[in-house]
Design a protein around this ligand. Structure first.
Ligand code: ADP
Ligand code: MG
Length: 405
Protein backbone atom coordinates (compact mmCIF):
# COMPACT_ATOMS: atom_id res chain seq x y z
CA UNK A 1 0.00 0.00 0.00
CA UNK A 2 1.31 3.40 -0.97
CA UNK A 3 0.66 6.65 0.85
CA UNK A 4 1.16 10.32 0.07
CA UNK A 5 4.39 12.19 0.69
CA UNK A 6 2.90 14.29 3.51
CA UNK A 7 1.58 11.19 5.27
CA UNK A 8 4.94 9.47 4.92
CA UNK A 9 6.74 12.50 6.33
CA UNK A 10 4.32 12.69 9.24
CA UNK A 11 5.07 9.05 10.12
CA UNK A 12 8.81 9.42 9.67
CA UNK A 13 8.82 12.54 11.86
CA UNK A 14 7.51 10.41 14.73
CA UNK A 15 10.62 8.25 14.43
CA UNK A 16 12.93 11.25 14.59
CA UNK A 17 13.67 11.40 10.86
CA UNK A 18 14.50 14.99 9.91
CA UNK A 19 11.78 16.53 7.73
CA UNK A 20 10.77 20.15 7.23
CA UNK A 21 7.64 21.71 8.65
CA UNK A 22 4.68 21.58 6.33
CA UNK A 23 0.87 21.55 6.27
CA UNK A 24 -1.67 19.92 4.02
CA UNK A 25 -4.20 22.03 2.11
CA UNK A 26 -7.31 21.01 0.18
CA UNK A 27 -7.94 24.41 -1.37
CA UNK A 28 -6.19 27.71 -2.07
CA UNK A 29 -7.36 29.37 1.18
CA UNK A 30 -6.03 26.49 3.22
CA UNK A 31 -2.76 26.70 1.29
CA UNK A 32 -2.43 30.39 2.18
CA UNK A 33 -3.22 29.60 5.83
CA UNK A 34 -0.64 26.78 5.75
CA UNK A 35 2.00 29.16 4.41
CA UNK A 36 1.14 31.71 7.14
CA UNK A 37 2.11 29.14 9.75
CA UNK A 38 5.56 28.65 8.21
CA UNK A 39 8.51 30.96 8.87
CA UNK A 40 8.97 31.90 5.17
CA UNK A 41 10.11 33.73 3.12
CA UNK A 42 10.33 30.72 0.76
CA UNK A 43 7.53 28.16 0.55
CA UNK A 44 7.25 25.07 -1.60
CA UNK A 45 3.83 23.92 -2.79
CA UNK A 46 3.78 20.22 -3.63
CA UNK A 47 1.05 18.28 -5.46
CA UNK A 48 0.14 15.14 -3.55
CA UNK A 49 -0.33 12.14 -5.83
CA UNK A 50 0.95 8.58 -5.61
CA UNK A 51 3.66 9.06 -8.21
CA UNK A 52 7.08 10.60 -8.43
CA UNK A 53 8.50 12.96 -11.02
CA UNK A 54 6.07 15.68 -9.92
CA UNK A 55 8.61 18.47 -10.18
CA UNK A 56 9.30 17.70 -13.84
CA UNK A 57 5.65 16.78 -14.54
CA UNK A 58 3.15 19.04 -16.27
CA UNK A 59 -0.55 19.67 -15.81
CA UNK A 60 -2.79 18.36 -18.55
CA UNK A 61 -4.76 21.63 -18.37
CA UNK A 62 -1.62 23.74 -18.80
CA UNK A 63 1.11 21.76 -20.58
CA UNK A 64 3.29 24.84 -21.10
CA UNK A 65 3.04 25.85 -17.46
CA UNK A 66 5.08 24.93 -14.42
CA UNK A 67 5.30 21.52 -12.75
CA UNK A 68 3.72 19.87 -9.71
CA UNK A 69 6.29 21.19 -7.21
CA UNK A 70 6.52 24.97 -7.12
CA UNK A 71 8.53 27.50 -5.21
CA UNK A 72 6.60 30.46 -3.77
CA UNK A 73 8.16 33.66 -2.48
CA UNK A 74 5.13 34.90 -0.58
CA UNK A 75 1.92 33.64 0.98
CA UNK A 76 0.05 35.00 -2.04
CA UNK A 77 2.29 33.08 -4.43
CA UNK A 78 1.70 29.93 -2.40
CA UNK A 79 -2.03 30.49 -2.70
CA UNK A 80 -1.74 30.99 -6.47
CA UNK A 81 0.38 27.85 -6.85
CA UNK A 82 -2.22 25.80 -4.95
CA UNK A 83 -4.99 27.32 -7.06
CA UNK A 84 -3.13 26.25 -10.21
CA UNK A 85 -2.73 22.65 -8.98
CA UNK A 86 -5.79 21.56 -7.03
CA UNK A 87 -8.45 19.93 -9.18
CA UNK A 88 -6.02 19.61 -12.09
CA UNK A 89 -4.46 16.51 -13.61
CA UNK A 90 -0.73 16.11 -13.18
CA UNK A 91 1.08 14.01 -15.77
CA UNK A 92 4.53 12.71 -14.81
CA UNK A 93 6.88 10.03 -16.06
CA UNK A 94 5.38 7.71 -13.47
CA UNK A 95 1.66 8.43 -13.85
CA UNK A 96 1.40 7.41 -17.51
CA UNK A 97 -0.28 9.69 -20.06
CA UNK A 98 -3.63 9.73 -18.20
CA UNK A 99 -2.04 11.53 -15.24
CA UNK A 100 -3.46 11.81 -11.73
CA UNK A 101 -5.91 14.23 -10.23
CA UNK A 102 -4.41 16.49 -7.56
CA UNK A 103 -6.88 16.85 -4.71
CA UNK A 104 -4.54 18.39 -2.13
CA UNK A 105 -1.16 20.07 -1.86
CA UNK A 106 1.50 20.03 0.80
CA UNK A 107 2.83 23.47 1.68
CA UNK A 108 6.32 23.06 3.03
CA UNK A 109 9.07 25.32 4.28
CA UNK A 110 11.57 26.15 1.56
CA UNK A 111 14.95 24.54 1.95
CA UNK A 112 18.40 25.97 1.25
CA UNK A 113 19.86 23.05 -0.65
CA UNK A 114 23.61 22.46 -0.84
CA UNK A 115 23.53 18.87 -2.20
CA UNK A 116 20.82 16.46 -3.32
CA UNK A 117 21.46 12.80 -2.51
CA UNK A 118 19.47 9.60 -2.73
CA UNK A 119 18.63 7.21 0.10
CA UNK A 120 16.36 4.19 -0.17
CA UNK A 121 15.47 1.16 1.91
CA UNK A 122 13.93 -1.92 0.40
CA UNK A 123 13.74 -5.67 0.79
CA UNK A 124 16.31 -7.17 -1.54
CA UNK A 125 14.86 -10.49 -2.64
CA UNK A 126 18.20 -11.84 -3.80
CA UNK A 127 19.89 -11.50 -0.42
CA UNK A 128 16.60 -11.71 1.52
CA UNK A 129 17.71 -8.67 3.52
CA UNK A 130 16.60 -5.15 4.03
CA UNK A 131 19.09 -3.16 2.00
CA UNK A 132 20.02 0.49 2.29
CA UNK A 133 20.91 2.14 -1.00
CA UNK A 134 22.54 5.53 -1.25
CA UNK A 135 23.76 7.61 -4.13
CA UNK A 136 25.22 11.01 -4.82
CA UNK A 137 22.80 11.26 -7.76
CA UNK A 138 19.85 12.66 -5.84
CA UNK A 139 16.75 14.00 -7.51
CA UNK A 140 17.13 11.61 -10.45
CA UNK A 141 15.21 8.37 -10.89
CA UNK A 142 17.29 5.68 -9.22
CA UNK A 143 16.40 3.20 -11.99
CA UNK A 144 18.22 5.43 -14.46
CA UNK A 145 21.24 5.74 -12.20
CA UNK A 146 21.25 1.96 -11.84
CA UNK A 147 21.18 1.55 -15.60
CA UNK A 148 23.79 4.09 -16.62
CA UNK A 149 25.97 4.44 -13.53
CA UNK A 150 25.55 1.36 -11.34
CA UNK A 151 28.87 2.20 -9.68
CA UNK A 152 27.23 5.30 -8.21
CA UNK A 153 24.87 3.25 -6.07
CA UNK A 154 26.20 2.25 -2.68
CA UNK A 155 24.53 -0.62 -0.87
CA UNK A 156 24.64 -2.13 2.58
CA UNK A 157 22.52 -5.06 3.70
CA UNK A 158 21.09 -5.26 7.21
CA UNK A 159 21.75 -8.55 8.94
CA UNK A 160 18.37 -9.71 10.28
CA UNK A 161 19.96 -11.14 13.43
CA UNK A 162 22.46 -8.42 14.25
CA UNK A 163 20.27 -5.56 13.02
CA UNK A 164 21.46 -2.22 11.73
CA UNK A 165 24.86 -0.99 12.94
CA UNK A 166 25.97 2.63 12.97
CA UNK A 167 29.18 1.73 11.13
CA UNK A 168 27.05 0.82 8.12
CA UNK A 169 25.68 4.35 8.01
CA UNK A 170 29.21 5.77 8.39
CA UNK A 171 30.37 3.63 5.49
CA UNK A 172 27.62 5.12 3.31
CA UNK A 173 28.31 8.61 4.63
CA UNK A 174 31.96 8.44 3.57
CA UNK A 175 30.95 6.98 0.22
CA UNK A 176 28.65 9.97 -0.28
CA UNK A 177 31.45 12.36 0.55
CA UNK A 178 29.84 13.70 3.72
CA UNK A 179 32.14 15.28 6.26
CA UNK A 180 32.36 16.53 9.81
CA UNK A 181 29.01 17.01 11.53
CA UNK A 182 27.15 15.79 8.42
CA UNK A 183 28.35 12.26 9.14
CA UNK A 184 26.79 12.27 12.62
CA UNK A 185 23.64 13.83 11.28
CA UNK A 186 23.43 11.21 8.51
CA UNK A 187 24.08 8.39 10.97
CA UNK A 188 21.16 9.51 13.13
CA UNK A 189 18.98 9.94 10.05
CA UNK A 190 19.66 6.43 8.75
CA UNK A 191 19.19 4.86 12.19
CA UNK A 192 15.77 6.53 12.58
CA UNK A 193 14.73 5.66 9.04
CA UNK A 194 15.75 2.03 9.48
CA UNK A 195 13.76 1.77 12.70
CA UNK A 196 10.72 3.27 10.99
CA UNK A 197 11.10 0.84 8.09
CA UNK A 198 11.08 -2.19 10.39
CA UNK A 199 8.46 -1.07 12.87
CA UNK A 200 6.02 0.03 10.18
CA UNK A 201 6.62 -3.12 8.09
CA UNK A 202 7.54 -1.14 5.02
CA UNK A 203 8.24 -2.56 1.60
CA UNK A 204 9.99 0.57 0.32
CA UNK A 205 11.06 3.86 1.82
CA UNK A 206 12.67 6.17 -0.67
CA UNK A 207 14.05 9.59 0.17
CA UNK A 208 14.80 11.29 -3.13
CA UNK A 209 16.23 13.78 -2.66
CA UNK A 210 17.85 13.53 0.72
CA UNK A 211 19.50 16.90 1.04
CA UNK A 212 22.44 18.43 2.79
CA UNK A 213 21.34 21.95 3.62
CA UNK A 214 23.65 24.95 3.41
CA UNK A 215 23.74 24.78 7.22
CA UNK A 216 25.03 21.19 6.98
CA UNK A 217 21.82 19.48 8.12
CA UNK A 218 20.60 16.23 6.58
CA UNK A 219 16.90 16.48 5.68
CA UNK A 220 14.34 14.35 3.78
CA UNK A 221 12.91 16.59 1.05
CA UNK A 222 10.77 13.88 -0.50
CA UNK A 223 9.40 10.65 0.98
CA UNK A 224 7.92 7.65 -0.74
CA UNK A 225 6.64 5.18 1.83
CA UNK A 226 5.09 1.90 0.83
CA UNK A 227 3.88 -0.79 3.23
CA UNK A 228 3.96 -4.56 2.94
CA UNK A 229 0.26 -5.42 2.45
CA UNK A 230 0.75 -8.76 4.18
CA UNK A 231 1.68 -6.99 7.39
CA UNK A 232 -1.06 -4.36 7.32
CA UNK A 233 -3.18 -6.39 9.71
CA UNK A 234 -0.64 -5.45 12.38
CA UNK A 235 -1.15 -1.73 11.70
CA UNK A 236 -4.84 -0.97 11.80
CA UNK A 237 -4.05 2.74 12.14
CA UNK A 238 -2.22 2.77 8.81
CA UNK A 239 -5.25 1.47 6.91
CA UNK A 240 -6.81 4.89 7.39
CA UNK A 241 -4.08 6.33 5.17
CA UNK A 242 -5.25 4.33 2.17
CA UNK A 243 -6.36 6.70 -0.59
CA UNK A 244 -8.99 4.83 -2.59
CA UNK A 245 -8.92 7.41 -5.38
CA UNK A 246 -5.30 6.48 -6.10
CA UNK A 247 -6.02 2.79 -6.60
CA UNK A 248 -7.03 0.90 -9.72
CA UNK A 249 -10.82 0.50 -9.18
CA UNK A 250 -10.58 -3.21 -9.98
CA UNK A 251 -7.84 -3.69 -7.41
CA UNK A 252 -9.80 -1.72 -4.83
CA UNK A 253 -12.83 -3.90 -5.50
CA UNK A 254 -10.64 -6.98 -5.03
CA UNK A 255 -9.21 -5.73 -1.73
CA UNK A 256 -12.75 -5.18 -0.43
CA UNK A 257 -13.67 -8.73 -1.46
CA UNK A 258 -10.51 -10.16 0.02
CA UNK A 259 -9.26 -11.34 -3.38
CA UNK A 260 -5.63 -11.21 -4.33
CA UNK A 261 -5.81 -9.27 -7.62
CA UNK A 262 -3.25 -7.34 -9.63
CA UNK A 263 -4.32 -5.59 -12.84
CA UNK A 264 -2.03 -6.18 -15.84
CA UNK A 265 -2.27 -5.06 -19.44
CA UNK A 266 -2.82 -8.31 -21.35
CA UNK A 267 -6.00 -9.77 -22.82
CA UNK A 268 -6.60 -13.03 -21.00
CA UNK A 269 -8.40 -12.80 -17.68
CA UNK A 270 -7.15 -15.37 -15.17
CA UNK A 271 -8.95 -16.94 -12.26
CA UNK A 272 -6.75 -19.30 -10.31
CA UNK A 273 -6.47 -20.61 -6.78
CA UNK A 274 -3.09 -20.37 -5.13
CA UNK A 275 -0.47 -17.73 -5.89
CA UNK A 276 2.03 -20.24 -7.29
CA UNK A 277 -0.50 -21.74 -9.67
CA UNK A 278 -1.56 -18.23 -10.69
CA UNK A 279 2.04 -17.33 -11.55
CA UNK A 280 2.46 -20.56 -13.52
CA UNK A 281 -0.78 -19.82 -15.38
CA UNK A 282 0.46 -16.36 -16.38
CA UNK A 283 3.77 -17.85 -17.52
CA UNK A 284 2.14 -20.46 -19.72
CA UNK A 285 -0.18 -17.90 -21.30
CA UNK A 286 2.94 -15.98 -22.27
CA UNK A 287 4.57 -19.17 -23.53
CA UNK A 288 1.63 -19.76 -25.85
CA UNK A 289 1.90 -16.28 -27.28
CA UNK A 290 -0.61 -14.12 -25.43
CA UNK A 291 -0.51 -12.19 -22.19
CA UNK A 292 -2.50 -12.14 -18.94
CA UNK A 293 -4.89 -9.29 -18.12
CA UNK A 294 -4.47 -9.89 -14.43
CA UNK A 295 -3.06 -11.94 -11.61
CA UNK A 296 -5.84 -13.36 -9.47
CA UNK A 297 -5.65 -15.77 -6.61
CA UNK A 298 -9.16 -16.56 -5.37
CA UNK A 299 -7.69 -18.35 -2.37
CA UNK A 300 -8.29 -21.73 -0.85
CA UNK A 301 -11.91 -21.09 0.03
CA UNK A 302 -13.23 -20.51 -3.48
CA UNK A 303 -17.02 -20.82 -3.37
CA UNK A 304 -19.80 -19.66 -5.69
CA UNK A 305 -19.91 -16.16 -4.18
CA UNK A 306 -16.15 -15.64 -4.47
CA UNK A 307 -16.09 -17.05 -7.99
CA UNK A 308 -18.85 -14.62 -9.00
CA UNK A 309 -17.00 -11.65 -7.45
CA UNK A 310 -13.82 -12.73 -9.21
CA UNK A 311 -15.58 -12.99 -12.59
CA UNK A 312 -17.18 -9.60 -12.05
CA UNK A 313 -13.82 -7.96 -11.45
CA UNK A 314 -12.13 -9.77 -14.34
CA UNK A 315 -14.87 -8.86 -16.83
CA UNK A 316 -14.99 -5.22 -15.73
CA UNK A 317 -11.64 -4.94 -17.54
CA UNK A 318 -12.47 -3.98 -21.15
CA UNK A 319 -9.22 -5.49 -22.40
CA UNK A 320 -10.27 -9.01 -21.43
CA UNK A 321 -10.93 -11.05 -24.61
CA UNK A 322 -11.15 -14.50 -22.97
CA UNK A 323 -11.00 -16.02 -19.50
CA UNK A 324 -8.93 -18.91 -18.27
CA UNK A 325 -10.04 -20.62 -15.07
CA UNK A 326 -7.41 -22.87 -13.60
CA UNK A 327 -8.46 -24.38 -10.31
CA UNK A 328 -7.02 -27.16 -8.25
CA UNK A 329 -9.81 -28.53 -6.09
CA UNK A 330 -8.53 -29.44 -2.68
CA UNK A 331 -10.54 -28.19 0.27
CA UNK A 332 -12.84 -26.49 -2.23
CA UNK A 333 -13.97 -29.46 -4.32
CA UNK A 334 -14.16 -29.33 -8.13
CA UNK A 335 -17.93 -29.87 -8.23
CA UNK A 336 -18.47 -26.88 -5.95
CA UNK A 337 -16.19 -24.76 -8.10
CA UNK A 338 -17.92 -25.92 -11.28
CA UNK A 339 -21.32 -25.03 -9.83
CA UNK A 340 -19.90 -21.62 -8.91
CA UNK A 341 -18.58 -21.07 -12.45
CA UNK A 342 -21.93 -21.99 -13.99
CA UNK A 343 -23.84 -19.75 -11.62
CA UNK A 344 -21.46 -16.84 -12.15
CA UNK A 345 -21.51 -17.18 -15.97
CA UNK A 346 -25.29 -17.04 -15.92
CA UNK A 347 -25.60 -14.18 -13.46
CA UNK A 348 -23.02 -12.07 -15.24
CA UNK A 349 -24.10 -13.02 -18.80
CA UNK A 350 -20.50 -13.78 -19.63
CA UNK A 351 -19.84 -12.88 -23.27
CA UNK A 352 -16.17 -13.79 -23.76
CA UNK A 353 -14.85 -17.33 -24.35
CA UNK A 354 -14.29 -19.23 -21.13
CA UNK A 355 -11.74 -22.04 -20.84
CA UNK A 356 -11.86 -24.09 -17.65
CA UNK A 357 -9.26 -26.46 -16.37
CA UNK A 358 -10.18 -28.31 -13.20
CA UNK A 359 -8.08 -30.83 -11.36
CA UNK A 360 -8.29 -32.48 -7.97
CA UNK A 361 -11.04 -33.74 -5.70
CA UNK A 362 -14.30 -34.63 -7.51
CA UNK A 363 -12.90 -33.52 -10.86
CA UNK A 364 -15.13 -35.87 -12.88
CA UNK A 365 -18.24 -34.55 -11.19
CA UNK A 366 -17.05 -31.00 -11.78
CA UNK A 367 -16.49 -31.60 -15.51
CA UNK A 368 -19.94 -33.16 -15.76
CA UNK A 369 -21.58 -30.10 -14.24
CA UNK A 370 -19.79 -27.85 -16.74
CA UNK A 371 -20.65 -30.10 -19.70
CA UNK A 372 -24.31 -30.29 -18.76
CA UNK A 373 -24.70 -26.59 -18.01
CA UNK A 374 -25.63 -25.72 -21.57
CA UNK A 375 -23.04 -22.94 -21.50
CA UNK A 376 -20.31 -22.62 -24.11
CA UNK A 377 -17.55 -23.47 -21.68
CA UNK A 378 -14.40 -24.87 -23.27
CA UNK A 379 -13.05 -27.67 -21.08
CA UNK A 380 -9.32 -28.33 -20.83
CA UNK A 381 -7.44 -31.32 -19.49
CA UNK A 382 -4.18 -29.84 -18.37
CA UNK A 383 -2.37 -26.54 -18.13
CA UNK A 384 -0.83 -26.63 -21.61
CA UNK A 385 -4.14 -27.68 -23.16
CA UNK A 386 -5.90 -24.83 -21.34
CA UNK A 387 -3.35 -22.24 -22.44
CA UNK A 388 -3.44 -23.42 -26.06
CA UNK A 389 -7.25 -23.27 -26.11
CA UNK A 390 -7.59 -19.87 -24.52
CA UNK A 391 -4.97 -18.31 -26.81
CA UNK A 392 -6.71 -19.88 -29.82
CA UNK A 393 -10.05 -18.48 -28.63
CA UNK A 394 -8.59 -14.98 -28.40
CA UNK A 395 -7.02 -15.24 -31.85
CA UNK A 396 -10.26 -16.53 -33.36
CA UNK A 397 -12.20 -13.67 -31.79
CA UNK A 398 -9.68 -11.23 -33.25
CA UNK A 399 -9.94 -12.72 -36.76
CA UNK A 400 -13.74 -12.77 -36.76
CA UNK A 401 -13.73 -9.24 -35.31
CA UNK A 402 -11.40 -8.03 -38.07
CA UNK A 403 -13.51 -9.55 -40.85
CA UNK A 404 -16.67 -8.24 -39.28
CA UNK A 405 -18.06 -11.78 -39.10
P1 ADP B 1 9.22 14.59 -7.21
O1 ADP B 1 10.27 13.57 -6.92
O2 ADP B 1 7.86 13.99 -7.31
O3 ADP B 1 9.56 15.45 -8.40
P2 ADP B 1 10.23 16.05 -4.92
O4 ADP B 1 9.59 16.14 -3.60
O5 ADP B 1 11.45 15.21 -5.01
O6 ADP B 1 9.12 15.59 -5.97
O7 ADP B 1 10.56 17.52 -5.40
C1 ADP B 1 11.22 17.80 -6.62
C2 ADP B 1 12.35 18.78 -6.39
O8 ADP B 1 11.85 19.98 -5.82
C3 ADP B 1 13.41 18.28 -5.42
O9 ADP B 1 14.40 17.53 -6.06
C4 ADP B 1 13.94 19.58 -4.83
O10 ADP B 1 14.96 20.08 -5.68
C5 ADP B 1 12.75 20.52 -4.89
N1 ADP B 1 12.09 20.62 -3.57
C6 ADP B 1 11.17 19.78 -3.05
N2 ADP B 1 10.81 20.15 -1.82
C7 ADP B 1 11.50 21.28 -1.55
C8 ADP B 1 11.58 22.18 -0.42
N3 ADP B 1 10.84 21.97 0.67
N4 ADP B 1 12.44 23.22 -0.50
C9 ADP B 1 13.18 23.42 -1.61
N5 ADP B 1 13.15 22.63 -2.70
C10 ADP B 1 12.33 21.57 -2.67
MG1 MG C 1 11.47 13.08 -5.45
Amino acid sequence: MNIHEYQGKELLRRYGVAVLEGHIAWNADEAAAAAEKLPGPIYVVKSQIHAGGRGAGRFAEDPQGKGGVRLAKSVEEARAAAEAMIGKTLVTKQTGPAGKLVSRVYVEAGCDIARELYLGLLVDRETARVTIMASTEGGMEIEEVAEHHPEKILKVAIDPAAGFSPFQARKLAFGLGLEGGQVRSFEKFVASLTRAFHELDCAIVEINPLVVTKAGEIVALDAKVSFDDNALFRHKDLEALRDDSEMDPKELDAVKNDLNYVALDGEIGCMVNGAGLAMATMDIIKLYGSSPANFLDVGGTANAARVTEAFRIITSDVNVKAILVNIFGGIAKCDMIAAGIVEASKTLHLSVPLVVRLEGTNVELGKKILAESGLAIIPADNLADAARKVVAAVNEARVSGATGA
